[in-house]
Structures are given as structure tokens and as C-alpha cells.
Design a protein around this ligand. Structure first.
Ligand code: SF4
Ligand code: SF4
Length: 439
């Protein structure tokens, strides 16, 4: 069987066995649900409800605040108690709508339609109305992604099922449990691009998912399941496009510039729900795992529920964990509080009883070259980190530092435990901010 791959990359401990074989359970939501108005890239959504209003599950509570923005819907029925700033998983604050859950789950009526009867514009409008955004963490509004400048140039639609971040298994469960809907979602997207072919990219450490999706797509001329070599960061947009099409992107290009659109598995599932069933994005699958959790697994979670509730339901924590991470261990972020809401991009909560990184002592570079070999962007991380530590923006840009995808591979493999990614990321973001401010 042909295996697709890219140059560079690393093989971290994958930790997926902790949660991958348990069927997804449904999490009971909180009594007080919190809906931040920024759950996506772009302008915050604008509330269309007021304190005291009664709302139904699935009702629009905040509308997109601009072209790059997304609608937000209530995931429970109840009463709007407040619209106020609340802390997010990142530690920042964001204006949020707080709904007291009446625990009746009375829902609006969803407007189901046969996708075959809809025009391309109607399909995109339904994706937009449902507030679908990239659920792999990027949060880019999906209706915008599905509306490239020249749709006739798009020949490749990739469903990103790599899930290359260690420990995460929510996409894997989605493929196994709802693979049919994922295929239907891909067919809906393909109906927008007449000349395109669909690819479902899955790493070869998930043979059951590969087999299942191959069975579901047997006889589909326009869809191919692509087994990918297991290697981090295979699920990064650039690595994925390169592995499947051989095309390369740089930091100033969009996937559409090389004829491709990449959507995460859960996003494609949400597209199906939005277009065929008229259901807005109000829930997702979240992995809770790590050696600090009693019962790792996956949960179907109504957005707005707290991470704290997720921990309680999964059997609580063991001892006194040192680290909570939202997202994967390579590209996720440490959480300062678990009493924060699960939002559209929250793929997981990792709980570790020990913070290995905090204990590591940094020593001098031994010029082993491991960071160079592991870098998927073919950069010289040790040189870039030196330039970043000196604040040499010009030298950093000349050495192509902006091409860094912040994947964390260089730090992971460095035997001297240098915090390469942290230094590179910090200067890279400063340069990008400088450029934005000059415009
Ligand atoms: S974080 Fe940047 S420099 Fe380091 S391996 Fe990833 S792409 Fe390369
Ligand atoms: S991996 Fe670490 S020690 Fe090896 S060359 Fe890179 S910075 Fe130096």
C-alpha cells in the first residue's frame, strides 16, 4: 500500500492507547453555560440576545461581526443571565454570553434539506449560518474557506484525519463512529468544486480508521483514502498538502494558491450537519487524557460546558497534576484554570501529573543537527533561535524564520533541551505584528 509523507518530521511518544478504544460518551452540560464571542479567527460575534431572554437549543445568540467571523448558537435552552467578560482557556478574557441551562433541551426546529437540491451559494450560506469554523484549532470560518477567489482552480479537497498530535483521539473516534457523515460532508464540499477530487488523509497508526473509510468510500470515483506515514507534524496544513499532492506552500501562500482546501474531520462532519440537517455547530468531540486523569476517553460535549465538568465526569484527577494542556502537547497551550468553557476549537484536555519541561535543564548546543533533520519547513532552528535570542529581526527574516510553522519538533528532539520553538515563535510573531502595523 502506498504511504504518503513529507520531508522532515519526528516521532514523539503517541500516548493514544490511553483513550482511543473507548466509545465516545455524552457529557451532561453545566447549569451555567458560557459562550465566548470569539471562538474563531476574525471579528468577535455580536450578541443578538439580551439579559433575561429565553433561548432555545440551536438558537442564534450572536451573529458574525464581519466577513471573517462566525455565528454562535446556544447549545442548551434556558435564560440569558449575563453578557460579560469571562476567562478563556488561553488565560485571556473575552466577552461571553452566559446562559442558565433549564435542563429541558428544548430545541429550535432544524430545517433539513437534501444537499442535491441546493445551489452552491445555498450550501455556503448554510455553512455560514451554522457558524462552522475550522475545528482542528485554527477556527477559520469554513464558509470563507469554501469561497476561494477562483473556485475553478481548486482540484484537491483534503479531509485532515491525520491527528498527528500525541494523545489526541477525537478525530479517530469521529471517523470510526460517524464516518458515513464525514463522507457525506466531503461529497457536499466536492459539489462546490466541479473539477476537484477528495482525499481523506489518515496516519497509518490508525489502521481501523483507514479500513473503515476505505469501505465507506469503495466505488466513489472522486474520493480516495490516503494512508499517511505516522510522523509529526503530518496533520499540519503544509505537510498534509505536500504529502498528498507533492505541492509546496510558503508562509505567504494559502492552500487555495496550490489548488487545495484542507478541512479537519470534525469540520467536515459539521458541514454535513449544517447543510443536510440545518443544525448549527453546538457540540464537538473532546478527548480527555493523560496520566493525571482517572478515566481517559472521548466525550460528545455541548459547547459552553466547562473543562472542569469534563474532568468530574471522567472520574476526576489523580493526585495533584502539575500541568493542564488544551490541545496537543506539541502545539497546545498550558491552562491556568480549568473553570473555562469548551469552545469550537477545543479538541482536548491533557492532564499530566508531572511537568517534564519545567524540570529540564538547558545546556549548550552540541551541533548534533537533530533539530534541522526534524524541521518540516527545512529550517535551521538552532541558528534561528540564536538570532531570535539576540533580537536580530533582519537576520531572522533572511534565514527564512517566517516559514516556521511553530510545530515544536525542534524543541522536542533537542538533547540540550533548548527552548528553540519558544524563541523562534516569539520573534516570528513580533515580525508579523510589525508588518501588520505598517499596513
Ligand atoms: S518549530 Fe519551526 S523551526 Fe522548529 S521544527 Fe517546527 S517549523 Fe522548524
Ligand atoms: S538539536 Fe539542540 S543540540 Fe542539536 S543542533 Fe539543534 S539546538 Fe543544537
Amino acid at each position: 500500500m502506498r504511504k504518503f509523507t513529507f520531508k522532515g518530521g519526528i516521532h514523539p511518544f503517541d500516548g493514544k492507547d490511553l483513550s482511543k478504544d473507548f466509545e465516545t460518551k455524552t457529557l451532561e452540560p453545566d447549569k451555567l453555560m458560557v459562550y465566548p464571542l470569539s471562538q474563531h479567527i476574525g471579528a468577535p460575534a455580536k450578541p443578538v440576545v439580551a439579559v433575561g431572554d429565553q433561548v432555545l437549543a440551536g438558537q442564534l445568540i450572536a451573529e458574525a461581526g464581519g466577513f471573517i467571523s462566525a455565528n454562535i448558537h446556544a447549545s442548551v435552552s434556558g435564560t440569558v443571565k449575563a453578557i460579560e467578560a469571562r476567562t478563556l482557556a488561553t488565560g485571556g478574557k473575552c466577552n461571553s454570553i452566559i446562559i442558565e441551562n433549564d435542563e429541558q433541551y428544548t430545541s429550535v426546529e432544524f430545517d433539513a434539506k437534501d444537499p442535491a437540491t441546493l445551489s452552491k451559494e445555498e450550501i455556503i450560506e448554510r455553512v455560514k449560518a451554522a457558524g462552522v469554523v475550522g475545528m482542528g484549532g485554527a477556527g477559520f470560518p469554513t464558509n470563507v474557506k469554501l469561497s476561494p477567489k477562483d473556485p475553478s482552480k481548486i482540484d484537491t479537497i483534503i479531509v485532515n484525519g491525520a491527528e498527528c498530535e500525541p494523545y489526541l483521539t477525537s478525530d479517530y473516534r469521529r471517523l470510526l463512529e460517524d464516518g458515513e457523515e464525514v463522507v457525506k460532508g466531503l461529497k457536499i464540499i466536492l459539489s462546490l468544486f466541479d473539477g476537484a477530487k477528495g482525499y481523506i488523509g489518515i496516519e497509518d497508526n490508525k489502521p481501523e480508521a483507514i479500513k473503515h473509510m476505505q469501505e465507506l468510500t469503495a466505488g466513489e470515483d472522486r474520493i480516495e483514502v490516503c494512508p499517511l506515514k505516522t510522523k509529526y507534524p503530518q496533520g499540519g496544513e503544509r505537510s498534509m498538502i505536500n504529502a498528498i499532492t507533492g505541492r509546496t506552500l510558503n508562509s505567504s501562500m494559502l492552500p487555495a494558491d496550490v489548488g487545495a482546501i484542507v478541512d479537519n474531520v470534525d469540520t467536515v462532519y459539521a458541514v454535513y450537519k449544517a447543510v443536510a440537517e440545518g443544525r448549527p455547530l453546538t457540540e464537538r468531540i473532546v478527548t480527555i487524557t493523560g496520566d493525571g486523569v482517572n478515566n481517559p476517553g472521548n466525550y460528545r460535549v455541548k459547547l459552553g460546558t466547562s473543562f472542569k465538568k469534563l474532568i468530574e465526569v471522567s472520574g476526576g484527577i489523580k493526585g495533584e497534576p502539575e500541568k493542564y494542556i488544551s490541545g496537543g502537547p506539541m502545539m497546545g497551550f498550558a491552562m491556568y484554570s480549568i473553570d473555562v468553557p469548551i469552545v469550537k476549537g477545543s479538541s482536548s484536555l491533557l492532564v499530566f501529573d508531572h511537568d517534564d519541561v519545567a524540570d529540564e535543564e538547558t545546556t549548550a548546543c552540541i551541533n548534533c543537527g537533530r533539530c534541522v533533520n526534524g524541521c518540516p519547513s527545512r529550517l535551521l532552528p538552532q541558528t534561528l533561535a540564536n538570532l531570535a535570542e539576540r533580537g536580530d529581526k533582519e537576520g531572522f527574516a533572511k534565514m527564512h524564520g517566517l516559514e516556521c510553522v511553530e510545530c515544536g519538533s525542534c524543541s522536542y528532539v533537542c538533547p540540550a533541551k533548548r527552548q528553540l520553538t519558544q524563541s523562534i515563535k516569539s520573534l516570528r510573531r513580533q515580525i508579523l505584528a510589525d508588518r501588520r502595523n505598517k499596513k
